[in-house]
Write a protein that binds this ligand. Structure first.
Ligand SMILES: N[C@@H](CCC(=O)N[C@@H](CS)C(=O)NCC(=O)O)C(=O)O
Length: 203
């Protein structure tokens, strides 16, 4: 199995953390998406990371890869098989991914020439970020981990999104505004899987 990832992709970080937690033997292949020679489109027509290649079959996107990795790597499962629990977890992953989508959209808008930037984009996407953080923070009230207070892929997905938002928007004061999420990320950052995949500034 080979996982194509890029350094700061929060979607790829989720998968790298899951792979590490489950001790799955995967070759990690770092790509630079901006590089003209990047061959990721040969494995994924959408040319996105993460992409997992298993016996010449490409698997994407990150929620599908996560299901595959967790299911194939056996106990302890980090995605529950119970349907209702799984839907709760998947909805958390959806918010986490949406949070990343909004953060990426702002970053891409910032990269456009100043004269072409649209302030509506910043406002609309920042509102999604703030509302999602508020929602997640409320869901974490009184809990250490999200699902049945036990570490799961839900925490990995949200933890990865939090790391990305913190990297891109250091002005957001998690400790004062979203204390439950601040505590969750501090707890997750004690795990080697989170420490070794922490996003790097300015990449
Ligand atoms: N929904 C996808 C999102 C993946 C995604 O957008 N990855 C970004 C990197 S952070 C990417 O590959 N962007 C390249 C592009 O959109 O062309 C997933 O969860 O895997």
């Amino acid at each position: 199995m080979k996982l194509f990832y890029s350094n700061n992709s929060p979607y790829a970080r989720k998968i790298r953390i899951l792979i590490d937690e489950k001790k799955v033997a995967v070759t990690l292949e770092k790509v630079v998406l901006a590089n003209k020679n990047c061959t990721i489109h040969e494995y994924n027509p959408l040319a996105k990371v993460p992409t997992l290649v298993v016996n010449d079959i490409s698997i994407f996107d990150s929620p599908v890869i996560a299901e595959y990795v967790d299911h194939k790597s056996g106990p302890l499962y980090l995605i529950p098989s119970d349907f209702d629990k799984k839907i709760l977890l998947k909805r958390w992953e959806a918010i986490a991914d949406g949070l990343c989508d909004a953060a990426v959209a702002i970053m891409l808008e910032k990269r456009r020439p100043a004269s072409q930037q649209n302030s509506d984009v910043f406002e609309k996407q920042m509102k999604k970020i703030r509302l999602s953080l508020k929602w997640l923070n409320r869901e974490m009230e009184g809990k250490q981990y999200y699902l049945e207070d036990t570490f799961s892929y839900a925490d990995i997905a949200v933890g990865s999104a939090l790391g990305y938002v913190q990297l891109r928007y250091p002005e957001i004061d998690f400790k004062n505004e979203y204390l439950n999420l601040y505590d969750l990320y501090e707890l997750l950052m004690q795990r080697p899987s989170f420490q070794t995949t922490v996003p790097e500034p300015y990449l």
